[in-house]
Design a protein around this ligand. Structure first.
Ligand code: ASP
Ligand code: MG
Length: 418
């Protein structure tokens, strides 16, 4: 008997047929004596549709109202799922975020959960009821409805799991596992049985879209075991098999980690590179460039400053492609004239490819293997950043798939670890 949270994504909730199938799966767990709390997303496409309606009225609508609107997608889902469960003879009860006592801050459209009053969920499961909690939302201290940002139902589910100290949070989704890399790019990509929370966190921040990054953050903070698994298996699959399928996100101290040095390869097409040429090579320069970019609310990712020559240097960095224009404008209009720099050059045909693995801490030569694999394919590296468990390179985007395939092979990810 276990206490578990099931999270179902938008695709899994995408039609009445699918919702009925989710209900049958939940009913199966319930009948087997497990205590289940369900957190579903809105039906697929619904959040976009709702926000689209608001956009038709105003391009910069009040974020409070956007949350008011977007949160309803999940409210419909929980009600439908409760009815589907009830028609199978299961006692079920739906709740919105505010009815569940999910307190957040007031950052509309990207609120953070502060606390959850989960006692009533535990009371329900102890009374044989399946509580169904809306994904993606809460309430701030003034009673405003807030949402947790796109993809936020993952975070809601993990937060609920943390609050009730669930044995596991099962994230049922349209992929059957976390893979060594995107199987659409590398046919040999393999599903991982386990991945450490730190690796998952890096992969999520580097562009893997399977889990919202905050959900991984939450899992790490509260040590919630999270499993990513398919919602498209037969709903009556044996629970013993189902509960071992997919990928379990574990903590490093757990013995059962696969011992590959590199766990996975992430890539991200959202980068753009900007270079400021001929800036004076003197103290405070980095600050004078990066400062105004930050003030314009643009995040900087990778940075490279070249060795100075004859008193000047080149300074390059990357930003999200959506903010490329804005960053270019700030540099052209403010920074270049202020510094007397020669020119600003932009390039949005770049992408970032990263290798991630906690094994990198204890193994040397990983970067060398990476750079050799890219060199062998004649791929030029434009920038490099490293951290303890990842190395990222910026390359021309037409080489992205080639780079990912070459690295996947070079690190032996095509083969299961020994
Ligand atoms: N429905 C929300 C979205 O589409 C939240 C979620 O599905 O996780 O972003
Ligand atoms: Mg999602």
């Amino acid at each position: 008997m276990s206490l578990v949270v099931h999270k179902y994504g938008g695709t899994s909730m995408g039609s009445i047929e699918r919702i009925k199938s989710v209900a049958k799966r939940v009913a199966k767990w319930h009948a087997a004596g497990h205590k289940v709390i369900v957190v579903p997303s809105a039906m697929s496409g619904e959040t976009n549709r709702l926000l689209g309606l608001a956009k038709e009225i105003s391009a910069d609508a009040d974020p409070r109202e956007l949350d008011q609107i977007a949160s309803t997608g999940e409210q419909v889902s929980v009600g439908l799922l409760a009815i589907a469960l009830q028609s199978l003879g299961v006692k079920a009860k739906s709740y919105t975020g505010w009815q569940t006592g999910i307190k957040t801050d007031s950052s509309f459209t990207k609120a953070r959960i502060e606390s959850i009053d989960a006692q009533h969920l535990l009371d329900d499961v102890n009374n044989g009821i399946v509580p169904i909690v809306t994904g993606f939302q809460g309430v701030d201290s003034k009673g405003n409805i807030t949402t947790l940002g796109r993809g936020g139902s993952d975070t809601q589910a993990v937060a609920v799991a943390a609050a009730i100290k669930a044995d596991e949070c099962l994230i049922y989704t349209d992929v059957d596992a976390i893979y060594t890399t995107d199987p659409r790019v590398v046919a040999e990509a393999r599903p991982l049985k386990v991945i450490s929370f730190e690796e998952m966190f890096e992969l999520a921040s580097l562009g893997s879209k399977v889990l919202q990054i905050r959900s991984v953050e939450f899992a790490g903070k509260y040590k919630v075991p999270v499993r990513v698994l398919s919602s498209f298996t037969e709903h009556d699959i044996d629970i013993a098999v189902e509960s071992k399928s997919g990928t379990l996100i574990t903590f490093e101290e757990d013995e059962q980690m696969e011992q590959a040095v590199v766990a996975g390869i992430a890539f991200n097409r959202d980068e753009a590179k900007i270079t400021l040429r001929g800036v004076p090579d003197s103290p405070g320069i980095a600050y004078k460039i990066v400062g105004p970019i930050g003030e314009a609310n643009v995040d900087i990712d990778m940075i490279v400053q070249n060795i100075g020559e004859k008193g000047t240097t080149d300074f390059s960095f990357t930003v999200h492609r959506n903010e490329f224009k804005k960053a270019m404008e700030v540099l052209e209009s403010q920074v270049r004239p202020a510094l007397g720099a020669k020119e600003v050059v932009g390039d949005d045909k770049v992408c970032k490819v990263s290798i991630v693995g906690i094994g990198m801490r204890s193994h040397v030569g990983i970067a060398a293997t990476m750079f050799k694999a890219l060199a062998d394919e004649n791929i030029n590296i434009q920038m490099i950043t490293t951290s303890e468990i990842k190395t990222s390179v910026l390359v021309e985007d037409k080489y992205m798939e080639l780079a990912v395939r070459a690295l996947h092979k070079a690190f032996g990810l095509d083969q299961p670890p020994a």
